[in-house]
Ligand binder design. Structure first.
Ligand code: HPA
Length: 283
């Protein structure tokens, strides 16, 4: 029998954090692989190691710092998660989504979630940004949902709607900011896989065929829980590599490639997120 977390566990973590980061966060930001430097933009920052927060899972892969930073970004009180955990690290889906639940019980109403993803849409180039319009939950279809197990109706409904998982108004705001700063931006469908092996060329052709524009190993469980908890979500993928749909001798995908692309993605993503928060009241 699995261990299921309860509201008490989330509240214990929230209380621990609230005792050390003296602000009421409005927005939660999750930074994906190689995107840690965005947290440097946070002002009046207080940092906590995930290892010190009761119940928080700790990242085991390079490119994920494992620190929660609380502070102000463009005057908006935020929690920035510098790094996340993934299912492939051995955590349960409920553990993967644990920090989002802690955000929910803290009263955070909006989640900005980022990731590094492989581009499937042939128009995408390394370093591009993609606003997530929708996702394909292949992990969930295979039975890996963070909502599996007893449902606490004080956290959300047993069968949550996912028809507008990614908030259209926040996407419009993001597009306006991108235009203002001349950041090229795509919009598309993210498909979430369990990993950790990258896809075969046949996998990639399949994923393109079913309507995906970008592929990654995160985000979907966190967004599922955020929506279950009634949070508004904006998702942004940084395209760290492009899919090779045919087997090529020199065409290997690596984690190093993903992290290197982060350096290209971070300045644009930082501008985008700061611009969104600067207009937060208007969103
Ligand atoms: N596939 C899956 N996950 C990823 C990729 C990819 O090509 N790039 C970054 N995360």
């Amino acid at each position: 029998m699995s261990h299921w977390y309860t509201r008490r566990d989330y509240e214990a973590a929230a209380e621990y954090i609230a005792g050390r980061i003296p602000l009421r966060p409005q927005v939660g930001v999750i930074l994906g692989s190689g995107l840690n430097p965005l947290a440097e933009a946070v002002e009046s920052a207080h940092a906590l190691a995930y290892t010190d927060i009761p119940g928080f899972p700790t990242p085991t892969v390079d490119g994920h710092e494992g620190r929660l930073i609380g502070g102000l970004l463009e005057g908006v009180p935020v929690w920035v998660m510098q790094g996340r955990v993934h299912y492939y690290e051995g955590y349960t889906m409920q553990q993967v989504a644990f920090p989002v639940r802690v955000m929910q019980v803290m009263g955070i109403q909006a989640l900005l979630v980022t990731n590094a993803a492989g581009g499937l849409n042939p128009a995408f180039r390394v370093g591009d940004l993609m606003l997530i319009r929708d996702h394909i939950n292949l992990m969930g279809m295979a039975g890996l949902s963070p909502l599996r197990g007893p449902n606490d109706p004080t956290l959300g409904p047993r069968f949550p709607d996912m028809s507008q998982a990614y908030d259209p108004r926040l996407r419009r705001l993001a597009r306006e900011v991108a235009e203002e700063h001349q950041i090229p931006i795509h919009e598309g469908v993210y498909v979430g896989l369990a990993g950790p092996s990258f896809e075969t060329p046949a996998d990639l052709r399949f994923l393109r065929l079913i309507g995906a524009d970008a592929v990654g190993m995160s985000t979907v469980p966190e967004v599922t829980v955020a929506r279950h908890g009634g949070m508004r979500v904006l998702g942004v993928s940084g395209i760290s590599n492009v899919a090779r749909m045919e087997a090529e001798p020199a065409g290997e995908t690596s984690h190093e490639e993903v992290l290197a692309a982060g350096q290209q993605i971070v300045p644009r993503l930082t501008t985008l997120i700061r611009g969104i928060l600067a207009r937060w009241g208007a969103g």
